[in-house]
Design a protein around this ligand. Structure first.
Ligand SMILES: [Zn+2]
Length: 252
């Protein structure tokens, strides 16, 4: 236990990152034995990563990072922490970053989130800026020539029972995900685009949902509806299965 730089009593977990990568990050040769690589001290500074709190106290991981020197190219490199744990050059763990994101979902302010997550104001502020940029990028994305739409069961905290997904059929990129698949919500979203922009959609690929049919005709006046092969096969399979069960039940 020690005071952190925000003058709060914190839990410090000390350790050393010993695990050496399997290959040289510089020349790519496999590091199999001491003939390929040898230990070369540690980085001058310890790596400090803030984790999610433990026992309501800010928690830090303080790591001594070992370095290795490649015998093939003589390049010294520091051992790397896995990306799922902490991103490069970040001072907080991925899990703590996700916690900040979850807190930012609620109408709140950065100072409050920083205090809940026991982290710094700047970290929360930068994260909120990232979200703002991300959302702006989504908004300005033009409508594709071929739009594929469907619904899916999303997370429990969604407003609607089913969520909505739209994809650029040609590029395979997700265009948008909405938490409510009801027609009026979809129209509200697509009507955010200008009439000209909506006319650029030539084909809408979808299932046999009648509600979408009228929505598509309203939102994309020039588009032709294409029933997607997957849904035709699925429909046939279901019909076939129903008949099979009916027939089977007749037999005692
Ligand atoms: Zn090397």
């Amino acid at each position: 236990y020690r005071k952190d730089r925000r003058n709060r009593m914190a839990q410090i977990i000390e350790g050393s990152l010993e695990k050496r990568p399997s290959h040289c990050p510089s020349c790519g040769v496999a590091w199999e034995s001491t003939k390929d690589v040898y230990a070369h001290g540690t980085t001058p500074k310890k790596r400090v990563i803030q984790l999610t709190e433990i026992n309501n106290q800010p928690t830090y991981l303080e790591l001594t990072i070992r370095r290795s020197k490649c015998r093939h190219c003589s390049v010294v490199s520091a051992n790397h922490l896995p990306n799922y744990f902490v991103k490069r050059r970040k001072s907080i763990s991925v899990k703590l970053h996700l916690k900040v994101l979850m807190e930012l979902k609620n109408p709140t302010n950065c100072k409050k989130v920083a205090s809940i997550c026991k982290t710094g104001y700047q970290i929360v502020y930068q994260t909120s800026l990232q979200i703002a940029h991300y959302i702006n990028d989504l908004d300005s994305r033009p409508l594709p020539r071929v739009l594929a739409i469907d619904e899916f069961k999303a997370t429990r905290d969604c407003e609607g029972a089913m969520a909505f997904i739209a994809m650029n059929w040609e590029s395979g990129q997700i265009h948008t995900i909405l938490e409510d698949r009801r027609s009026h919500k979809l129209l509200e979203f697509f009507n955010g685009y200008s009439y000209e922009e909506r006319c650029k959609v030539e084909f809408v690929v979808m299932d046999m949902n009648a509600a979408y049919d009228s929505m598509v005709k309203k939102a994309f006046p020039k588009a032709q509806i294409v029933i997607d092969r997957f849904h035709i096969v699925q429909h046939l399979t279901n019909a076939f299965k129903m008949i099979r069960i009916q027939e089977m039940n007749k037999l005692n």
